[in-house]
Write a protein that binds this ligand. Structure first.
Ligand code: UFG
Length: 337
């Protein structure tokens, strides 16, 4: 199948392309490299033996997207392109709404113009907001508490409404929990621009000597060891979920939504310990105040993805830490080395 992957040079997009090519799909990337590196194309070629087609186009660029759609004629789209930093989303909200919401509108308009009817969307567990119960299932009310989460929730609604107006189309919404880990080859992984906002890339940079120590944001939460608990999902498992979602989406019309997580929560201290073991390095840390907006604990009920998509996570925190360490130690400066 011809699959257009917006944001295909990014962290999750690139790992998904590896799985797509392994399944025999033809892939075309749309990316601006705003938060990714063109070096990813070389790494993808190394791993898969295929250099994906690339269009350096912004998803908000209607004329550019129209040209891409008309020349590639995708049979399905996986839509990753977007901005993703919770803190930054409060500083430049209009930019977040423009890229994440308007970008989705333009994507759907230009898909429709060429009769493309299937889309898998990169959403986030952050759409749920503060847990009314745990684990979150897909029926949990959505009340995002930050701009980033709002943009994902709005995009989900736009996709749902588009599907309703186009009854033979198919929308699969994937709500990711905390994506971590790297490709087993050590050739691809997460490469944040500047100091990492997220736990695992920060821990990895401390281990490799790029940062002095980790700040643990709060040790007085109501959790077993007082630090925040999250559902860490290996990026390769997450990539596989997109293949399952695509297979499902092309078979039937409608909109469906799935949590993509493991169902198990680990604390910040659990992750530090596991990373220290995998890397053989001490991870220096100090306890700092809570980060504004952080929740104490949340994790997925991923049962629906198991029953309906036949997908479940296969990799645990050992694999997450080993692969992250291989990526970070082989590429201490990420793709920019
Ligand atoms: N943490 C630290 N120190 C750090 C970074 C994080 O102690 O330097 C802690 C956080 O307080 C939290 C845990 O590590 O308890 C995980 O934090 P991350 O920043 O890695 O992840 P979040 O759960 O805050 O956010 C992630 C994604 C968001 C997404 C959100 C909800 O980064 O994009 O999950 O799905 F919106």
């Amino acid at each position: 199948m011809r699959v257009l992957v917006t944001g295909g040079a990014g962290y999750i997009g690139s790992h998904t392309i590896v799985e797509l090519v392994a399944k025999g799909h033809d892939v075309c990337i749309v990316d601006t490299f705003r938060n990714s590196s063109p070096e990813v194309l070389n790494r993808l070629e190394e791993i898969t033996g295929v250099r994906p087609l690339l269009h350096k186009v912004d998803v908000r660029d209607r004329a550019g997207m129209k040209t891409v759609m008309e020349s590639y004629k995708p049979e399905a789209v996986i839509h990753f392109a977007g901005l993703k930093a919770v803190g930054e989303s409060a500083e430049i909200p209009l930019e977040y709404y423009d890229v994440n919401v308007q970008g989705t509108v333009v994507l759907l308009e230009t898909m429709q113009a060429v009769g493309c009817k299937t889309v898998v969307f990169s959403s986030s567990a952050t759409v749920y907001g503060a847990p009314q119960y745990l684990p979150y299932d897909e029926a949990h009310p959505c009340a995002p508490s930050n701009v980033y989460g709002q943009t994902k929730h709005m995009a989900e609604q736009i996709l749902t409404d588009w599907q309703l107006a186009n009854p033979d189309s198919s929308v699969v919404l994937l709500r990711y929990f905390n994506p971590v880990g790297a490709h087993s080859s050590g050739r691809m992984g997460e490469d944040p621009d500047g100091p990492p906002n997220n736990l695992m890339p920060f821990v990895a940079q401390v281990a490799v000597g790029r940062r002095e120590k980790l700040a643990v944001f709060g040790d007085d939460y109501d959790t077993p060891d007082g630090t925040g608990v999250r559902d860490y999902i290996h990026v390769t498992d997450l990539a596989r979920a997109h293949i399952s979602a695509l297979d499902y989406g092309v078979k039937q019309a409608g909109t469906d939504v799935f949590n993509i997580g493991t169902g198990t929560g680990y604390s910040v201290l659990d992750m530090i310990k596991a990373f220290s073991k995998a890397s053989g390095r001490e991870i220096a840390y100090e306890v700092a105040p809570r980060r504004v907006g952080d929740l104490a604990s949340y994790y997925a009920n991923p049962a629906k993805a198991g029953t309906v998509l036949g997908w479940s996570a296969e990799r645990g925190i050992e694999d997450i830490c080993t692969s992250t360490w291989k990526w970070q130690s082989d590429n201490p400066r990420g793709y920019g080395a």
